[in-house]
Design a protein around this ligand. Structure first.
Ligand SMILES: Cc1ncc(COP(=O)(O)O)c(C=O)c1O
Length: 384
């Protein structure tokens, strides 16, 4: 059997027409109608202005710069995340301060945030901004987070790289704070092969980011520059892929959710395996299907399981390693951390591609069960 990967691109079939259009019209550059249309489509979906960029990481970089982060600043960041959430803090000469997760969503714990803000305010060392991550397709509990940040004058950037299409109390992920970021990396729920988007309710912030993303060239014909810019714009060809992908985003969400819930149902009677919580306040896209493994109950460690699955040609991965445990960020301040460490130690991500067939998923489930030695009951999976 072909190797079953964690999360692969899944085209709608419409993408090539947009790419062809870019070639036919010779808009083979970082300007053009696909790019405009892709930004408008994201604006329609989120309700706020957007600029298309070369990656989610670039979007975090420009978003933080536009929120005023600079040398010597401190920036709060969820510790349980991928490293791209906080590397841009360092690009700007600032230092990250890491905050723990809550068990109920795996995302930033508002109580930890409150404690950290109070203690930093007492020391006169409040952060300039917060990067709050919406992990694996689920929003953090944004109401208390936004209200605390408002109270202390801290700007909020939502890292929604993994959460395009998720909602919080009916509102779209990414459009809740001062700025939001999406990724169209090849492993995401929709992809442009590589790319990102910065959104914000503050139109002038998007204008600044657009200016910096094109080398910050001053108005006028001469190549005059007063600020440092970057080459961070998305290509018009790739925006065409994005248009074809965005048209099926809601279908992809349904497919990813169906996969996650099939795993949940299949493992419902297996002690020692727990489904990632689905917080009641919003729609979790279940970009990745994540579980916690209790080694004592299951009789198998998370890593031994990953190894067994790998031998059967199935790719599974650990949950993100918290940033406060990374050699790169050793010595950074951290508030709490034990919850994120526990989620990392026992968390596993199973194959979650929206194109995963019922047979492939059944193979993953049976391999998993055989590995942990539980009886392989016949699993009935409804056809797609
Ligand atoms: C939480 C998180 N933040 C940021 C990124 C960076 O996005 P990109 O790969 O588009 O730079 C990713 C994914 O790659 C991510 O998972």
């Amino acid at each position: 059997m072909k190797r079953i990967l964690l999360s692969v691109p899944h085209m709608s079939g419409e993408e090539e027409a947009w790419v062809h259009e870019a070639f036919a019209s010779n808009w083979l550059s970082t300007t053009g109608p696909n790019l405009d249309a892709f930004e408008r489509a994201i604006e329609q979906r989120t309700g706020v202005p957007a600029v298309a960029l070369s990656s989610g990481t670039a979007a975090i970089h420009l978003g933080l710069r536009a929120l005023g982060v600079g040398p010597g600043d401190r920036v709060f960041c969820s510790t349980l995340t991928f490293v791209a959430s906080c590397n841009p803090i360092r690009y700007l000469g600032a230092e990250p301060v890491f905050l723990d997760s809550e068990r109920s969503s795996w995302n930033l714990d508002p109580n930890v945030l409150e404690d950290a803000l109070r203690r930093c305010a007492n020391r006169g060392r409040l952060p300039r901004a917060l990067v709050v991550v919406h992990l694996y397709g689920q929003c953090a509990d944004m109401d208390p987070i936004l209200s605390l940040c408002r109270q202390y004058g801290v700007r909020v950037l939502e890292d929604a790289a993994e959460a395009l299409g998720a909602t919080y109390k009916g509102r779209p992920a990414g459009a809740l704070g001062d700025a939001g970021v999406f990724s169209f990396n090849g492993n995401k729920i929709i992809t442009t092969t590589g790319g990102g988007m910065l959104v914000s309710p503050h139109a002038e912030l998007i204008d600044r980011a657009r200016f910096w993303s094109q080398q910050a060239r001053d108005a006028g014909k001469a190549y005059q520059h007063s600020e440092t810019g970057y080459n961070y714009r998305m290509s018009n060809v790739l925006a065409g892929i994005g248009l074809g992908q965005l048209a099926v985003l809601d279908i992809r969400i349904q497919q990813r959710r169906a996969i996650a819930f099939r795993y949940r149902d299949a493992f419902a009677n297996s002690p020692g395996i727990t489904f990632m919580p689905q917080a009641p306040y919003g729609l979790h896209t279940n970009w990745l299907s994540c579980f916690l493994i209790d080694q004592r109950e299951l009789g198998f460690s998370r890593d031994a399981l990953i190894h067994k699955l790998d031998e059967a040609n199935i790719e599974a991965r650990p949950v993100w390693k918290p940033m406060h445990l990374q050699p790169l960020y050793a010595g950074c301040e951290v508030y709490g951390g034990a919850v994120a460490e526990d989620l990392f130690r026992s968390g596993i991500c199973l194959p979650s591609s929206s194109s995963l067939s019922s047979e492939e998923q059944l193979y993953v489930i049976d391999t998993f069960r055989t590995a942990v030695g539980t009886a392989v009951a016949t699993t009935t999976i409804a056809a797609d």
